[in-house]
Design a protein. Structure first.
Lengths: 237, 237
DNA sequence: TCCGGCATTATTGTTAACAATCATGTAAAC
DNA sequence: GTTTACATGATTGTTAACAATAATGCCGGA
């Protein structure tokens, strides 16, 4: 084989990039709100961004669409999804069904190493929030929920939570108040305390309240579409 | 436009078939246990079965893999998934988190028309079971859970339940006792009664017990792979 | 008779060219 | 001056040919 691979692009070091990786990267970008709702994802742009062929990108977009993180408009392209108010309700309802129980399960299984990992995560989360590093703060905040799901030891529910957390980030971007990035991390701290104490019932209750707080900070009467509703905006009446 | 479309094949009446349709059809076939775990899904076979191009099939298989209903072995092909015992545990854990709450939500929202629909569904389910129509019985049995999720009015959780019900069918095929098709429909009747009475708490409790019963009828120590584990079977010891 | 290497075949994976659709800008007509 | 029609460009969707990998059967040799 020739010593130099075909793509000497900026990012990719040596290997061909997996489409799962592309999906994860876009999930991450959505969580960090670097890809706001309604953003067009042109195939060409993604091709050069990831240094892969069009087919790989196409498959990644299909996977993202199956998770409802992107909308696929036929012959028009792929856009970051803009969940409606009704979908917001469904997402939070699902989270409130899953995550309190997940917290309980995780609290009953956690090893000391995992408790320590969660604590150190909270420190990082707090540090990012204090230093005003919005991107890190928002990513770590979402990752808290994902860590709990990981510790619950259930791959099925972990996948669900990843999807719900990502879509929640879209919701905050659309319906969230301007100043508030998202939930304050002190609630995460309380949950982690109950978690460390092995108090599953308390962790569940706190998680429930936490999710209610996040939802209550959304104004679901606000704008729905990502890239401005021109039709509705410039109406006669 | 010309009066006769290009494909005058057996099944498709007039339209080009959607890949979502293909996914649904395969889901259905898995639920009915017409596609047992480990079955190879060759692209060519699926192409002529559905009368579509290879790309469409490929996309459908990718979607099925993202739902963990098929396994995609690189350069080897697509196979109906063979969930492990650990995955079985995760699937039932997830179902027991979701479905009791779903039953409660549905009981609080059900319209008289929906109650009637559920009753008539139960009759069909019972009829199929009495007449020994195994394929219908098994499909209607799974559909009962899906109907409840539909009535709960939450698209996110509906999608989750569809996936879990389908994978449960795989589990029953792998680990289930020979004679028992799956759960008896009388438990469904009890749930529907509580549902019709608007007793959400009771419906949740019955659903929980129902799922425990299904799980208890599995022998998770039994064979795991679908198409026989030749390597393990013909061991020296 | 049994085993290993080789060739053939079949199936999957990728690439590239082609077709179709949509968006945009220009010009002509009223 | 406004609007409609058309042409151009860009982007998506599809098809088909090609490459690569794995499976299978065959043959030669011990």
């Amino acid at each position: 084989m020739p010593p130099a691979p075909k793509n000497m692009h900026i990012i990719d070091i040596a290997e061909e990039i997996d489409e799962e990786t592309i999906v994860d990267r876009i999930f991450e970008a959505v969580v960090e709100q670097r890809l706001p709702a309604g953003t067009k994802l042109s195939e060409q742009a993604l091709c050069e961004a990831f240094g892969v062929g069009r087919m790989r990108i196409r498959r990644a977009l299909l996977l993202l669409a199956s998770r409802e993180v992107v909308d696929l408009h036929p012959n028009k392209g792929a856009y970051i999804a803009s969940p409606t108010a009704e979908q917001a309700r469904e997402i939070f309802e699902a989270r409130m069904v899953l995550e309190p129980t997940i917290a309980t399960i995780a609290a009953g299984r956690a090893t000391p190493a995992e408790v320590a990992a969660l604590k150190s995560h909270l420190e990082a989360e707090s540090a990012a929030q204090i230093s005003g590093n919005r991107r890190d703060a928002i990513r770590l905040s979402g990752q808290f929920h994902i860590m709990l799901a990981q510790m619950a030891g259930n791959g099925v529910m972990l996948r669900m939570v990843k999807e719900l957390v990502t879509r929640t980030s879209l919701l905050i971007g659309i319906y969230g108040s301007a100043g508030v990035t998202n939930c304050r991390d002190d609630e995460h701290s309380l949950i982690a305390d109950a978690f460390a104490a092995g108090d599953g019932a308390k962790a569940a209750l706190l998680m429930q309240e936490h999710l209610e707080h996040i939802q209550s900070h959304l104004d679901l009467t606000a704008k729905s579409g990502g890239p401005v509703d021109l039709l509705q905006l410039f109406r006669k009446e």
